[in-house]
Design a protein around this ligand. Structure first.
Ligand SMILES: [Zn+2]
Length: 263
């Protein structure tokens, strides 16, 4: 089976509170930041981009700190956006699906349920709609008419050693990615678990559409991965501490996920 090299690129951050990680809060409070990532899986003959991050305009509008352009940063890994043929959108929230226009030659992989959700009745409610950018969604509808979207319904193998799995919970169609590496299967949870604390302690994140699916998703993540250390949460600053940077210059920016964590 193809072994992929897998990287996390940290492109944004936001100051937050520890209690905001959990539905119902937490008695222990203190500052805790939220990091924003995109991920890349590089195989022998195929490169996958997993999520495209928020745009500079989103950062201003939503008061997030954009540390660097996630797409330009991929050049550090030798990846040119115009050459990428496959992009997985784990879900369509603004911070995961903001820059897809930078990939004019890519097929965009997403779950049926996520597109239904982002274009359906629940977007009439400000709570589930809040993290979607209507212009992104409208453009994805256009791209669908031109055949650029590839829909998946549940689990699917996109290539040998690279599968997607619908999780639900955070949104109706959020999916995780499981990718085969030199250390076995690595599971990119994206927002099926924002932080390690969510899935390890089985404590739901506050932005939730379906609580049962979110909790079941934490179990599914563990089933898909050999160990907890093979699961990569979607927004946890710990990821940057646990994995080695690709180079001195990229410390705090790009880490390797296909090697064992160092802590
Ligand atoms: Zn999200």
């Amino acid at each position: 089976m193809t072994q992929y090299e897998v990287f996390a690129i940290r492109y944004g951050t936001r100051a937050g509170r520890y209690k905001d990680r959990f539905l119902g809060g937490d008695a222990h409070d203190g500052p805790s930041s939220v990091d924003y990532f995109v991920w890349v899986a590089v195989g022998n003959d195929k490169t996958f981009v997993i999520d495209t991050g928020f745009t500079a305009e989103d950062a201003v509008a939503r008061k997030r700190t954009m540390l660097r352009c996630p797409i330009d940063t991929m050049k550090e890994l030798g990846i040119k956006a115009e050459n990428v043929t496959d992009v997985v959108l784990t879900h369509l929230h603004y911070d995961h699906a903001g820059n897809f226009a930078r990939f004019p030659n890519a097929t965009l992989h997403l779950q049926d349920k996520e597109m239904e959700f982002a274009t359906g009745r629940f977007m009439q409610s400000s709570i589930p709609a809040a993290a979607y950018d209507v212009d992104d969604i409208a453009e994805l509808v256009r791209l669908n008419f031109s055949g650029r979207l590839r829909f998946h319904d549940g689990a699917a193998e996109i290539a040998p050693g690279f599968t997607v799995h619908r999780m639900g919970g955070h949104t109706a169609g959020v999916q995780c990615v499981r990718v085969y590496t030199r250390r076995g299967w690595v599971v990119l949870a994206s927002d099926s678990s924002h932080f390690y604390d969510n899935f390890i302690n089985y404590r739901p994140y506050p932005t939730v559409f379906d609580l049962a699916e979110m909790l079941n998703g934490y179990s599914t993540l563990r089933q898909l991965a050999a160990t907890i250390d093979h699961i990569i949460p979607g927004h946890d600053p710990l990821v940057m501490n646990k994995y080695p940077p690709v180079s001195r210059a990229m410390e705090g920016v790009i880490v390797r996920l296909d090697v064992q964590p160092t802590s």
